[in-house]
Structures are given as structure tokens and as C-alpha cells.
Design a protein around this ligand. Structure first.
Ligand SMILES: [Zn+2]
Length: 323
């Protein structure tokens, strides 16, 4: 249809971002607002509908809406089970509610899986066949594309790389498991480990500047050569490397793409990972894989939603199935 548009949404605990795409995959008519969490799920869904309506002007040109949403969710029904950092978001029928407001087919994807598909289609994984994606910030999200298809699993929760257990005596993760990659290598984990070692009597230049150092503080201090921050950061990078080794053995990917704030650390992150992969992974899959930083920054999720809309249009889907 000439002039038709798809709308893509990046829903987060802090920001709602909306953009449109037309004939090309370029994002246009961008909108960004603070997420109105205080208004509850209905308020935020209304906010998304209003932002989309404002961006597109005429709803009749809109052929599909794809939302990347936090949390475990069922992509087949578009129900968000329990979004972290979004108070009151339990069993939210995101697809049905947004569909009712806009009268347009709506698809809901997990945000990390949307970013994985974005990087695979337009970013660091472009041209590859099989790609593993991890995004490391306060938590660790993931997505896996095998032979061109985003892996979903029966309930849409495949690819939760952050909740791969790598230490059976490790700390307890918020998912209930023990020694998950997330509880050992996320930004939150880096900050926690750093504070534990300070409390145990070790010293660092960071404490002079802040009472409660974050993962980003530790990363910056490590870059500046602070020995304690460097040790903590390296330990986390090695844990991430262990998770990646497991992914290499399971998926034999061409590319492992790492996104999220942590990639700012550059060699401080990638050197320990490369070393662990060399030491621990079987030589054939290790020789065929490249571990790369994500290329699309904040747009990975929105572009992944565009890629999903294109896939659905090619498949002639009616919006009842999704990724
Ligand atoms: Zn976990």
C-alpha cells in the first residue's frame, strides 16, 4: 500500500520511544517520553497509543505496530508476565489492549530479542547465519538467531543467556537460580561485588568520589587503572566469557554480539572474554566465532521491531503469531 507505515515502540521502565518506518527501513517521526509508570499499565498503554497516533497522524495508513517490551512475555499471546522495573506490570495483555485502542495488528516482542533481531538484520550480526546476542546493563538479556530465525521456544523464553548458571555455589539470582551469568556479570553484579570487597577492607580510588558506586563507576575506575575496580571488572568479564563459551558450544555461532552500557569499556571487557573463549571453547567452534560489540546503540530494539514487521509482512501473517 503506497504511503503505508509501520510503528515500532521501545518500551522501557524510564522511556517510551516510538518511531515509524515506511518503504525504507529508516526510522522516521521519532517520539520519546518518560514512561508514565505511575499511571499503571493502562496509562502506559494509552501513552503508547497516543504517541503512535501523534507520529502517524492518520491511523488508516498504519499496517502494524511492533512493541519491544521488557520482561518475560509470551510473544504468541502478547501478554507480559512480569516486567522488571515496571511496577504493577503483571499479566498485562499488552497486545490485546493496544490493538483495542488502535485497531491495528499488534505484535509484542521481548526487548532483548528485538535488539538481537535488530543487530542480526542491520547491525553487527548482519550477513551472519547464526548469532548469539547479549545485552549487559543492570541485568543481562539475550536472544539467539539460528539459521536466520529468532529462537523463541514453546513459551517465547528461549535465549535467556543471563540466567545460564555457571557457578553452582554462586550467589542467588533474582530468578531463583544460583550462580547465573546475570548475578555474576551484570552492571548490578559488578557494583555489588565491588562494594563487598570494599567492605572486606580492600581500598579503591572510587570511594573518595561516591558512597555507593555503580557498575559504571567501577568500569570508569577500571579504565583509569584502579586495581580493585580492574580486578572486579575482569572477574565479571570472565564470567561473561564462560557464558559465551557455553553458547558457542550449544549454537556454534559465527558471531556473538554484546550490547548494553558495558561495551563502553572496550578491551577491558573484550580481552578477558577472548582469553576465556580461547582457553575453554572447543577449537573448531572457537576458531569460527567473532565476539563483537553491538553496532546500533539505542536503536537496536526499534530496528529489530522493524525487521519483525517486515518478516510478518513477507509471511502474510495476520498478527496472531509473533516473535
Ligand atoms: Zn538468574
Amino acid at each position: 500500500m503506497p504511503g503505508s507505515r509501520i510503528a515500532v515502540v521501545d518500551l522501557g521502565g524510564t522511556w517510551v520511544r516510538v518511531a515509524l518506518a515506511g518503504r525504507t527501513d529508516r526510522l522516521i517521526e521519532r517520539r520519546q517520553e518518560r514512561t508514565r509508570l505511575e499511571e499503571g499499565p493502562d496509562g502506559v498503554i494509552g501513552q503508547m497509543a497516543r504517541m503512535i497516533t501523534d507520529a502517524v497522524g492518520d491511523l488508516t495508513v498504519l499496517t502494524r505496530v511492533v512493541v519491544g517490551s521488557p520482561g518475560p512475555l509470551d510473544p504468541h499471546t502478547g501478554t507480559v508476565y512480569d516486567a522488571p522495573n515496571m511496577t504493577g506490570w503483571r499479566e498485562v495483555h499488552l497486545r490485546a489492549d493496544l490493538d483495542r485502542l488502535l485497531r491495528v495488528p499488534v505484535t509484542v516482542m521481548n526487548d532483548a530479542k528485538a535488539a538481537a533481531l535488530g543487530e542480526y538484520t542491520y547491525g553487527a550480526g548482519r550477513g551472519s547465519n547464526t548469532m548469539v546476542y547479549l545485552t549487559v546493563s543492570t541485568g543481562i538479556g539475550g536472544g539467539v538467531v539460528v539459521d536466520g530465525n529468532l529462537l523463541l521456544g514453546v513459551g517465547g523464553m528461549a535465549g535467556e543467556i543471563g540466567h545460564m548458571s555457571i557457578d553452582r555455589r554462586g550467589p542467588t539470582c533474582k530468578c531463583g537460580n544460583i550462580g547465573c551469568v546475570e548475578v555474576l556479570a551484570s552492571g548490578t553484579a559488578i557494583a555489588r561485588r565491588f562494594r563487598e570487597r570494599l567492605a572486606a577492607g580492600e581500598t579503591s580510588s572510587v570511594t573518595a568520589k561516591t558512597d555507593r558506586p555503580t557498575g559504571a563507576d567501577v568500569s570508569r575506575a577500571a579504565e583509569a587503572g584502579d586495581p580493585l575496580a580492574s580486578a572486579v571488572f575482569q572477574e565479571a568479564a570472565e564470567c561473561l566469557g564462560l557464558g559465551i563459551v557455553n553458547c558457542i558450544h550449544i549454537f556454534n555461532p559465527e558471531v556473538v554480539v554484546i550490547g548494553g552500557g558495558v561495551i563502553q569499556a572496550g578491551p577491558l571487557l573484550f580481552d578477558p572474554i577472548d582469553r576465556v573463549v580461547k582457553e575453554r571453547a572447543m577449537s573448531m567452534p572457537a576458531s569460527r566465532v567473532r565476539v563483537l560489540p553491538a553496532a546500533l546503540k539505542d536503536d537496536a530494539g526499534l530496528l529489530g521491531c522493524v525487521a519483525e514487521a517486515r518478516r510478518l509482512a513477507r509471511a502474510g501473517a495476520d498478527g496472531s503469531s509473533a516473535a
